[in-house]
Design a protein around this ligand. Structure first.
Ligand SMILES: *Cc1c(COP(=O)(O)O)cnc(C)c1O
Length: 400
């Protein structure tokens, strides 16, 4: 384990060095901020009614609102069970623990993800094994994963990056050939589909985050596990509440990671809007696709088998320098472009002891240096999406 040393200089990964300069200049952002405030205005009455129903009830944990949301979310995901958890990170952690992952095991995931995917593996005592990704979808593939399978591998953990499901059929075939389980990190992909099937029902288990900015978000932290395996469902339920099935009888070392009643009641309200909101994200993506088609940017590829829900609209600039210049140009004009993710997880100091290098992940490393995410929220307005495109077009016109 790396030591905590708050007085040491920040260990900024190589791919973040240019960006650090861009973000040092502060600009008022007019497009791409305030989306959660707008979202609240859209649903304020229903959210207030949901909270008002919980507060006088005296039941704030593991009550009827959580049970109801779990049933609704499981049904939404075409999954038999859903278990509400305190965060997406803990949903991943408890799913892995329920699968029996522990010290000495390996879990394969992608290098270009949010740190939580890897942390959840590390929390179990297992070792994360990072793989490179498909150059068009930026997702895990069976071809790139197969060479990393060893006798210690227990689970494959693909991430449906930016809202596009990974090629799950090939991953499930690979997993069953090696007796592995598959856990989806569906934190970007609530409501996405692969060959018509919902995320959350594609692997053996799935973990979702309800962080406020996700396609389905709480008013605080939250998450869920979905599965159609009754045994795994029971294991997660026991693990999320101090290892007990019956009060004061502790069968295993469990955790304290429930989703609370207020968040569950609010999530039930928002779940009824999710398809409409994802539809809006897809509309904005179609406008970006159309208006930016002639530019040097590489636009998101959406596979024919994927119903992409655009948690983020991720473009690739031709080079790292161009990314820096375009990002500054956008920010100076009040447009909240940003970079997700600016550094690969194995390049973070937290994982330095794995001894990995950017050269081990050529595609993911190139993405980290060139990716530029444009504003993408259901509460954007069409004029804001078009204005963003016009500024991008102006940048490339000027550069010519
Ligand atoms: C948001 C996210 C998580 C979990 O996040 P929490 O903040 O703990 O809810 C996990 N994986 C990915 C890819 C994410 O984006």
């Amino acid at each position: 384990m790396t030591k905590i040393d708050p007085s040491a200089p920040l260990p900024i990964p190589k791919s973040m060095v240019q960006l650090a300069g861009v973000h040092a200049q502060a600009h008022p952002i007019t497009i791409g901020e305030g989306h959660l405030e707008r979202q609240y205005q859209e649903i304020a009455e229903e959210v207030q009614a949901a909270v008002a129903a919980v507060l006088p009830s005296g039941k704030y944990t593991l009550g009827p609102h959580l049970r109801q949301f779990e049933q609704q979310f499981a049904a939404y995901c075409d999954s038999s069970y859903s278990i509400g958890i305190s965060s997406g990170t803990e949903a991943l952690h408890l799913a892995l623990a329920a699968m029996g992952v522990g010290p000495g095991d390996e879990v394969i995931t992608v290098a270009n993800t949010y740190i939580a995917t890897a942390l959840a593996i590390t929390y179990t005592g297992a070792t994360p094994v990072f793989v490179d990704v498909d150059p068009r979808t930026f997702n895990m593939t069976a071809e790139l994963t197969a060479p990393h399978i060893t006798s210690r591998t227990k689970v494959l953990l693909p991430v449906h990056l930016y809202g596009q499901p990974a090629e799950m059929d090939a991953l499930m075939t690979l997993a069953s050939a090696h007796n592995l389980l598959v856990l989806e990190d569906a934190s970007h992909a609530h409501g996405a589909r692969y060959k018509g099937r919902k995320t959350g029902s594609l692997g053996d288990m799935a973990a979702f985050s309800f962080y406020p900015g996700k396609n389905l978000g709480a008013y605080g932290d939250g998450g869920a596990v979905t599965t159609s395996d009754a045994d795994l469902d029971q294991k997660v339920r026991i693990l999320r509440y101090v290892g007990q099935r019956v009060k004061f009888v502790h069968e295993v070392i469990g955790f304290q990671e429930r989703l609370d009643e207020i968040q569950a009641a609010i999530l039930s309200v928002k779940l009824t809007r999710l398809d409409e909101w994802n539809g809006r994200r897809r509309r904005w993506a179609a406008i970006y696709d159309e208006m930016l088609a002639g530019t040097p940017l590489t636009l998101p590829y959406a596979g024919a088998e994927a119903h992409h829900v655009y948690y983020s609209y991720a473009t690739l600039a031709p080079s790292e320098e161009e990314r820096t210049h375009l990002l500054s140009f956008l920010l100076e004009r009040g447009i909240g472009g940003f970079v997700m993710y600016p550094a690969l997880v194995p390049m973070q100091r937290a994982y330095a002891d794995l001894g990995l290098h950017e050269e081990d992940f050529p595609v993911a490393a190139s993405c980290a240096r060139r990716v530029l995410n444009l504003p993408m929220f259901e509460t954007l307005r069409e004029d804001e999406v078009r204005r963003t495109c016009e500024v991008v077009l102006a940048y490339f016109d000027r550069a010519r």
